[in-house]
Ligand binder design. Structure first.
Ligand SMILES: [Zn+2]
Length: 280
């Protein structure tokens, strides 16, 4: 966590605080926390082990850094007011919260251990509170992209919750770039050509046995044929990058009504979404 409180409930931001100001306490569970500073690490507050406070669990150095840089950029911006980090609200604690113009906005930086139920719960709660929500990945690009040379495209296997966010934001997922700039990516269907083959042949070829002229040959086993056609991947998607955009300059608050797609029901939601037209 980047914010702790003292005995008088005064809030302290990690990188603006010195160790002699201790003791500090966790705003969620009330246990004493230690200010960690120094070296190349992001300054932050940490519980003394062992602890079982969920507040701050799963936050990485990258998560701290992105939170600090977005906050720093937005708190200096002319159109942003009441910018805060880890502000306790009813049932949620947004990484960054502020007014952009007159619109209340919350920014959540995805932790690596996030799950779909948590995303759903927070989305509903922010909407109930009248706050427009933006989810940002602390990575610059999706992890483990693979390049398909023939087609000059990048493909990626998104997790279930990433596909969910993509649906919620009308086909956009946001990746942090620098300061308050994020890049939306769109996921397209991945069509690939499946080379023709015959699984009976494949099996014996792997065993080093030539089936030519035997009763096991594929001519006698047409049902064992596969491929020779274009397929749509169920798991892999083509990554299409949009333009990098500023969270305060190029976004709008939008109300998205509830809808159902294959696997999910999406609740109605107040989202903070960029205004660039479709690039896919
Ligand atoms: Zn705690």
């Amino acid at each position: 966590m980047l914010v702790a409180i003292d005995k008088e409930k005064v809030r302290y931001i990690s990188w603006l605080t010195e160790k002699y100001q201790a003791p500090f306490f966790c705003p969620a569970c009330g246990d004493e926390v230690i200010l960690k500073k120094g070296g190349k690490r992001e300054h932050h507050f940490a519980h003394k082990p062992p602890f079982d406070c969920i507040y701050s669990s799963g936050e990485s150095q990258k998560h701290y850094k992105v939170k600090r840089l977005i906050y720093t950029a937005l708190s200096k911006h002319d159109n942003c007011h009441k910018c805060d980090i880890e502000r306790p609200l009813d049932g949620v604690r947004p990484d960054i919260s502020l007014y952009i113009g007159k619109t209340p906005v919350a920014i959540e930086i995805q932790k690596s251990n996030i799950d779909l139920n948590d995303i759903l719960r927070r989305t509903k709660q922010y909407t109930k509170l009248g706050i427009h929500l933006l989810w940002v990945s602390p990575d610059n690009m999706p992890n483990s992209l693979s390049f398909v040379e023939d087609e000059d495209i990048y493909i990626w296997r998104p997790k279930e919750w990433q596909k969910f966010l993509h649906a919620m934001y009308f086909g956009r997922i946001y990746f942090w770039q620098h300061d308050a700039f994020v890049m939306p990516i769109h996921l397209n269907q991945y069509e690939y050509y499946k080379e023709p083959g015959n699984w009976v042949d494949d099996f014996y070829e792997a065993e080093g046995i030539d089936l030519e002229g035997t009763s096991w040959h594929d001519e006698n086993h047409p049902n064992a044929d596969y491929g020779g056609c274009w397929k749509t991947s169920k798991t892999k998607k083509v990554v299409m990058c949009g333009k990098s955009v500023h969270i305060a300059n190029s976004f709008n608050g939008t109300f998205r009504s509830a809808f159902n797609i294959k696997n999910w029901s999406l609740p109605s939601a107040k989202i903070w979404i960029d205004v660039q037209g479709k690039w896919w």
